[in-house]
Write a protein that binds this ligand. Structure first.
Ligand SMILES: [Zn+2]
Length: 316
């Protein structure tokens, strides 16, 4: 097992976005990569290239009809894939497939023993449902990765831990009745922020009832509030005995984000990433893939994601 930390870098994933003036612009990838260099971390990680997911891989999570719709709309290159958040950009099918493939590449590298930890900055598209786009998210790489780990590696107890300001509804409802998909999500209370879901009472359905952890927090919540709730996430994960951790480290939970109302600093992301590495070492042979998800204040996303990578490096 190598001690390397992998960071995925390349124009293929940078091309996932919606251009000016959409908050999910094309510049987010490069802003983060520059901060990584400024922090000296480019010398301490191993960079890897994106790869494209196949249609068969997309179909592990998404319906064939929805994949066809995205393909058609991507060729037309106009209008929206949903009710007005996610534009049907020309070429969005390939860019979204590149995001999924890159998260799967990170999974494969870790399962092959190339590294214990990896970070994919433009990924973690947690709003996309099995049959529709939502909230800037076309294909749900997190959801595909859960199914991929099961099918290819026989790993069932995959955990999604999500500290993006928005509830990870695409992942949550994608596995809402599945007791083996472990889910913990701290997010701004849905009464104040898109997508409006993720109430504390939502703990799963059917056989999965009581197995998932949603933690809505009030607008304006700071690092101390995050730390208090984070202890619940750690206790939950200790009980849940995950086999692989997917960490959605959205930076839109930091103070100053233009579309949310939380007030964390990047210390929250550093702390969460460090704690998850410890949990991964205890339960998952170290295996963790972090993704950038949201974050629309460029300074915030650069700092938060860099601190996640720093925590991954320091944990080795
Ligand atoms: Zn978000």
């Amino acid at each position: 097992m190598s001690d390397s930390v992998l960071v995925y870098k390349g124009k293929e994933i940078a091309n996932y976005g919606f251009g000016d003036p959409h908050p999910f612009g094309f510049d987010r990838h490069d802003v983060f990569q520059q901060e990584l260099i400024d922090a000296g971390l480019d010398q301490r990680v191993e960079f890897r290239m994106p790869r494209r997911a196949s249609v068969d891989e997309l179909m592990l999570f998404h319906t064939a009809d929805y994949i066809d719709l995205v393909s058609r709309k991507s060729t037309e290159g106009r209008g929206y894939l949903d009710d007005g958040d996610t534009p049907a950009m020309p070429g969005i099918f390939d860019a979204a497939s590149d995001v999924v493939g890159t998260t799967l590449a990170a999974v494969d590298a870790i399962m092959a023993g190339d590294a214990k930890r990896a970070f994919v900055p433009i990924a973690g598209l947690h709003h996309a449902a099995r049959d529709r786009a939502a909230g800037f998210c076309v294909f749900n790489d997190c959801g595909v990765a859960v199914e991929y780990l099961r099918k290819k590696y026989g790993i069932r107890r995959v955990t999604d831990v999500d500290i993006d300001a928005h509830h990870g509804d695409g992942v949550f409802y994608g596995f809402v009745d599945d007791p083996d998909q472990i889910f913990a999500d701290i997010h701004e209370d849905g009464r104040y922020l898109y997508p409006g879901t993720g109430a504390a009472e939502e703990t799963g359905k059917g056989l999965a009832r009581g197995t998932k952890l949603n933690i809505p927090i009030a607008p304006g919540s700071e690092d101390a509030d995050f730390a208090r709730e984070w202890t619940r996430v750690e206790e939950y994960l200790q009980q849940a005995r995950p086999e692989f951790i997917l960490f959605q480290g959205g930076a839109d939970s930091l103070e100053g984000d233009p579309i949310t109302h939380l007030a964390f600093t990047e210390e929250a992301h550093a702390k969460a990433a460090a704690a998850l590495c410890q949990l991964a070492d205890k339960h998952c042979e170290g295996r963790i893939v972090g993704t950038g998800v949201g974050g629309y204040n460029r300074r915030n996303l650069a700092r938060a994601w860099t601190r996640i990578v720093q925590s991954f490096v320091d944990a080795n």
